[in-house]
Design a protein around this ligand. Structure first.
Ligand code: ADP
Ligand code: MG
Ligand code: ZN
Length: 476
């Protein structure tokens, strides 16, 4: 029997507020264990939580960016469970009324992924296993988290990956999280089930917890799909359970049987007020959102005529996109700016981090000025590239590196003379070319470009050389 894969994702994202969600402790990553804690985040008796306004705003921003409706009134709930990383023995979360609900994202293949809800909650501490002992670090306790829950709308591993990348990109763009998977500020639970192709009913799912790498997530889904297919083919039933993925062995193993909501004994948090987000506040936050990367990508393609690849790369990093858009008013053809940024500039921004920061010593205006020279046919592409490198090296404007001669351009007559000279002084290359060695033309072209100090139009020079080389041969 053929099966269809069905997945739903529950993604946790740590918000980059300065302080924790219910106290004033720092949320900075790392630190000496148990130094960023206080009675509130340690859940000591008598301490009272106070809700961080910024965390609520960030959650609403995430919801708006993913097309959600915002609950005007929501509240926090206690989710009770006993585990050493949770000192209060309950997590403050949201249960029946989340801050955001009913959003959606659209993937590149047109598949709509419905967002069921986004709620605000607090992170737990970290267990550190060493030398046969388990230690606990409570620094992460009380760091604000949002959980984004999708409907079971993914039909392939690729869709799950694209969604998660899009979430990462979007949350970074709106500035609410750095979404670093390696530091755990983005982690996702994956729910996996199979059903016979064509069936509308959902199969029994398993949930793989805490995937913190794209590759592991893909492998885990793949493994789990195979495992479940084998069970179903043998005529047996998949057990609904919670699994962990073991990357070294590339397999999943059960963690615990799945709790139901009733096991958590949810009830409204009595130490906190309800959370009110009036419509004016929602509108204010909506207006503060930047143009989102997916919208930018589409606009770059449709209005600016960039390729998918170019549009994707330029819209991917917010500061790069701003830089690119800063060049546009100074030039005619957006593609020229795209070429400079994705070529010379990207080569110097080696890491993802560099591209996020986008520290570029040449201002958008200065790049615009250089590109104008190209568009006005004052310089050629080779000289533009060379000049841009010098500008990037020094931070100086293009006129520092261009002589009046550079800008004078080359007349057709001058170009033809240079080509003739190249033909006369390179008899070997000429002979090779005439005996069918196409490559020999490159040597002649090189000679012309050198003589013109890179100012000649390479395409024009090649055309002229071909004419010179074929004409006499035909006469002979
Ligand atoms: P819980 O909160 O107990 O994990 P939910 O019913 O809220 O359970 O579902 C959590 C996630 O599991 C959601 O992302 C949902 O889309 C997904 N999911 C639910 N049923 C299935 C299924 N049969 N197959 C795959 N994913 C599923
Ligand atoms: Mg779950
Ligand atoms: Zn604290």
């Amino acid at each position: 029997m053929e099966f269809e894969l069905v997945c739903g994702l529950e993604t946790h994202i740590e918000l980059s507020t300065k302080t924790k969600v219910f106290c004033g402790c720092s949320t900075a990553f790392g630190g000496e264990p148990n130094t960023r804690c206080c009675p509130v985040c340690l859940g000591l008796p008598g301490s009272l939580p106070k809700l961080n306004r910024q965390a609520v705003e960030y959650t609403v921003l995430a919801g708006l960016a993913l097309g959600c409706s915002i609950s005007p009134i929501s509240h926090m709930d206690r989710k009770n469970y006993c585990y050493p990383d949770l000192p209060k023995a309950y997590q403050i979360s949201q249960y029946d009324v989340p801050l955001c609900h009913d959003g959606q994202v659209v993937l590149s293949n047109g598949q709509v992924i419905r967002i069921e809800r986004i709620h605000l909650e607090e992170d737990a501490g970290k267990l550190v296993h060493e030398n046969g002992r388990t230690l606990v670090d409570y620094n992460r306790c009380g760091v604000p988290l949002i959980e984004i829950v999708t409907k079971p709308d993914f039909r392939s591993i690729e869709e799950a990956r694209e969604y998660l990348e899009l979430i990462q990109l979007t949350m970074r763009y709106i500035g609410i999280s750095d979404c670093k998977m390696q530091e755990g500020s983005l982690r996702s639970d994956v729910n996996v089930s199979l059903r016979p192709k064509g069936s509308e009913e959902l199969g029994t799912r398993t949930e793989i917890k805490n995937m913190n790498s794209f590759t592991f997530m893909e492998r885990a889904i793949e493994y789990e799909a195979h495992r479940q297919a084998a069970i179903l083919r043998a005529g047996e039933k998949v057990q609904q359970e919670t699994l962990r993925y073991l990357p070294e062995e590339n397999r999943t193993e059960p963690m615990r049987s799945k709790e139901d909501a009733k096991d958590y004994r949810f009830f409204p948090e009595p130490d906190l007020y309800a959370v009110a987000v009036p419509p004016e506040e929602v509108e204010r936050l909506r207006e503060s959102l930047p143009e989102l990367p997916q919208t930018k990508e589409n606009r770059y393609r449709q209005e600016l005529g960039l390729s998918l690849e170019e549009a994707r790369l330029l819209s991917r990093y917010r500061k790069i996109a701003e830089y690119f858009e800063g060049v546009l008013p100074h030039i005619q053809t957006p593609k020229n700016a795209a070429n400079c940024i994705l070529g010379q500039i990207f080569r110097r921004l080696k890491t993802e981090e560099d591209k996020e920061q986008a520290e570029i010593p040449v201002s958008p205006e200065a790049l615009g000025e250089l590109i104008q020279l190209l568009e006005g046919k004052k310089i050629r592409v080779d000289l533009l590239k060379k000049t841009l490198e010098s500008m990037l090296d020094t931070g100086k404007g293009c006129m520092e590196f261009l002589t009046p001669e550079d800008l004078a351009g080359i007349s057709f007559q001058q170009l033809r003379e240079m080509c003739c000279q190249a033909v006369e002084t390179n008899p070997k290359a000429v002979e090779d070319y005439r005996s069918g060695k196409e490559k020999a033309l490159k040597a002649l072209l090189g000679a012309v470009m050198r003589q013109s100090k890179g100012r000649a139009d390479a395409a024009q020079a090649e055309k002229t050389l071909r004419e010179l080389l074929t004409a006499p041969a035909a006469r002979a």
